[in-house]
Design a protein around this ligand. Structure first.
Ligand code: ZN
Length: 138
């Protein structure tokens, strides 16, 4: 069995952002040389997510509005966590949107469902954050 590991780094200009990372994961799969197996993609920070959904800008605005209703950024003092930090909302948003995506690798390609794309969801950006890609198989 082969295994391959790669880190991606992100530094968003805004506190929250959604970035399509599908092509970067596909490149990692090509670099791995693995044709059959599993590909894990996970955020390495507890205020960011990796998730799979539609590449449609209206949907991304809907995510943003929905997450702000569930866990509004402000006022900061509404959260117990915000004694030393201001990112409680980002931890909650990350929990809702998930830590990782796992994809089947079939015939050297990511075995997506219809319209599926991989996204990095940033909820407390403007600093370096990492995403781990781990691919195992043969
Ligand atoms: Zn925090």
């Amino acid at each position: 069995m082969k295994s391959y590991r790669k880190e991606l780094t992100f530094h968003t200009k805004t506190r929250r952002d959604y970035i399509n990372i599908t092509s970067q994961v596909e490149s990692a799969l090509v670099e791995s040389g693995i044709r059959e197996g599993l590909c894990l993609v996970n955020a390495m920070n507890i205020t960011a997510s990796v998730f799979i959904n539609d590449n449609e800008s209206g949907l991304h605005r809907d995510f943003e509005r929905w997450l702000e209703k569930l866990a509004p950024e402000k006022p900061y003092n509404q959260y117990y966590h915000n004694g030393y930090e201001d990112n409680a909302d980002a931890h909650l948003k990350r929990s809702i949107m998930g830590r990782e995506a796992v994809l089947a690798v079939t015939g050297g390609r990511l075995d997506f469902g219809t319209w599926e794309q991989i996204f990095y969801g940033e909820f407390d950006g403007m600093r370096d954050k990492r995403v781990l890609i781990k691919i195992i198989g043969e």
